[in-house]
Design a protein. Structure first.
Length: 134
């Protein structure tokens, strides 16, 4: 995050703003799945739909690759990172603190390679959208 903070952070006398869509969490060459809708389907839950069959080029991806969802809460100056979810999963679900109800969250996804060919490689992070916690 520090690497691109100056690019996404603009100080204006009396206030600061962040271009949350332009923030980078991770950089690398590992492939990500297609990203679906970011939702808050029930109380204190945020979900990101994924679409990936894990059948891509085994020299580039592995079904063992792990995906992570990062939630940033500017109102609380806090963030959370999910537990690892395997490439073949269809969604990442996170539970958020009760004091986040009503807050707007920004979400990012990235992957860490766990297959033999890509062990510990990372993907570029992708901004997955924003959602309000219910």
């Amino acid at each position: 995050i520090k690497k691109n903070w100056a690019r996404v952070h603009a100080d204006v006398p009396g206030s600061s703003t962040v271009d949350w869509e332009d923030l980078t969490i991770a950089q690398g060459g590992l492939a990500l799945p297609a990203i679906g809708a970011l939702t808050a389907p029930s109380a204190l839950v945020v979900k990101l739909a994924l679409s990936d069959d894990g059948q891509g080029d085994p020299t580039v991806i592995s079904p063992a690759d792990e995906f992570y969802l990062v939630l940033a809460n500017p109102s609380k100056n806090m963030g959370l990172i999910s537990q690892a979810v395997l490439r073949v999963e269809e969604e990442i679900e996170m539970h958020v603190p009760a004091n986040w109800v009503g807050d707007r969250l920004h979400a990012y996804i990235f992957a860490i390679g766990k297959g033999n060919q890509d062990l510990d490689k990372v993907s570029n992070s992708v901004y997955a959208g924003s959602v309000s916690v219910v």
